[in-house]
Design a protein around this ligand. Structure first.
Ligand SMILES: Nc1ncnc2c1ncn2[C@@H]1O[C@H](COP(=O)(O)OP(=O)(O)O)[C@@H](O)[C@H]1O
Ligand SMILES: CC(C)(COP(=O)(O)O)[C@@H](O)C(=O)NCCC(=O)O
Length: 311
């Protein structure tokens, strides 16, 4: 392990040694079928990767969770309150196309197995992006994903409802295929014990409020990679989305099948450079120091290092 003023930096080879023997009754496993579902757009993730990296991360999360339970219990006892534990919220941040959703789905599987008695739910902040109609009215259609494109007050209310233990909490649905919010298609969180919330903005300080989203997180993770590599993942995902849409004219990505490959890729390159890369530089990367854990990936999504914040 290397350390600097901010982090303990642990490389991939060492990381597996941190698996403790303290919870032998809490075994986690992942089937090939589950892996396939998780990486529906890509088949590079192996079960070895999943085990070697995400299993010890699951154990580390359990350290935070046990501490959270204890603190909540003690504080409630002090106040004379009796209630069930408010959900433990994990935030997962990082660039567009860095692999947040994939990491979030893996953690959901592992945490559900580690804690079979707890409900582990997954949500994404994409649902709080304003519908395209509103983005157009605001003149920020080319700034989708930037702080002003999110309905932050609604996202904060959603987090408050979670922490207040509300049942059946609705939140809107964003679809990459439609490239928009799907009207009236709400998703619901039903009494989760652990919520994994992923999104590019989860560690930001919303401009029109005086609250950090990270105040709601009991643990935060930033998925990191060099920007040239993320750019390639963005193009790979773009090509896969275009290919998957080839027989579905209603799909946003269908139209790129009617162009030459060069033309389609020129479009994707422009979107990356004019929108997602600017967003990464100006608004996403600056939030990395707010994360408790940084997962650093290299080419082929290989996790090479974990940075654990010291404070
Ligand atoms: N660990 C991984 N192994 C292989 N492919 C991955 C992995 N994580 C993400 N991907 C692929 O990279 C692309 C971007 O991942 P995704 O989870 O959609 O990113 P995000 O949610 O950050 O936008 C997708 O094509 C996805 O299948
Ligand atoms: C909706 C998003 C902001 C969400 O990011 P993601 O789920 O990919 O992390 C992003 O996919 C997006 O649409 N960005 C705008 C430019 C583009 O990629 O088309």
């Amino acid at each position: 392990m290397i350390e600097n003023k901010d982090y303990y930096v642990i490389n991939r080879e060492e990381w597996n040694d941190y698996l403790s023997n303290e919870s032998p009754h809490r075994q986690v496993t992942i089937s090939e079928e589950q892996l396939e579902k998780i990486t529906s757009l890509n088949d590079e993730l192996t079960s070895q990767d999943a085990y070697e990296v995400y299993k010890p991360i699951t154990e580390l999360i359990s350290v935070y969770l046990e501490n959270y339970k204890l603190l909540t219990d003690k504080r409630d006892y002090f106040l004379g309150i009796k209630r069930s534990m408010p959900p433990f919220i994990i935030g997962i941040a990082g660039s567009v196309a860095v692999g947040k959703s994939t990491a979030a789905r893996l953690l959901q599987i592992f945490l559900s197995q580690f804690y079979p008695e707890l409900q582990v739910a997954l949500a994404t902040t994409d649902g709080f992006i304003y519908p395209n109609k509103i983005l157009k009215e605001k003149g920020i259609m080319d700034k989708k994903g930037f702080p002003d494109s999110y309905n932050m007050p609604a996202l904060i209310d959603f987090l408050k409802e979670i922490k207040n233990g509300h049942e059946h909490i609705p939140y809107p649905t964003y679809s990459h295929k439609v490239y928009d919010i799907i009207p009236d298609k709400m998703q619901y969180l039903d009494k989760p014990d652990i919520v994994i919330l992923e999104g590019i903005n989860v560690l930001q300080f919303p401009s029109n409020t005086n609250i950090y989203l990270s105040d709601f997180f009991d643990l935060s993770i930033y998925i990191n990679a060099d920007e040239d590599i993320i750019e390639q993942w963005f193009y790979e995902r773009f090509k896969l989305l275009v290919n998957n849409a080839r027989n579905t004219p209603s799909d946003y990505y269908y139209k790129f099948n009617l162009m030459s490959e060069d033309e389609a890729m020129a479009y994707a390159t422009k979107v990356w450079h004019d929108i997602n890369l600017v967003n990464l530089h100006e608004y996403i990367l600056p939030t990395r120091p707010n994360a408790n854990i940084v997962i650093h990936k290299e080419a082929h999504h290989r996790i090479s290092e974990l940075w654990l914040k010291k404070y």
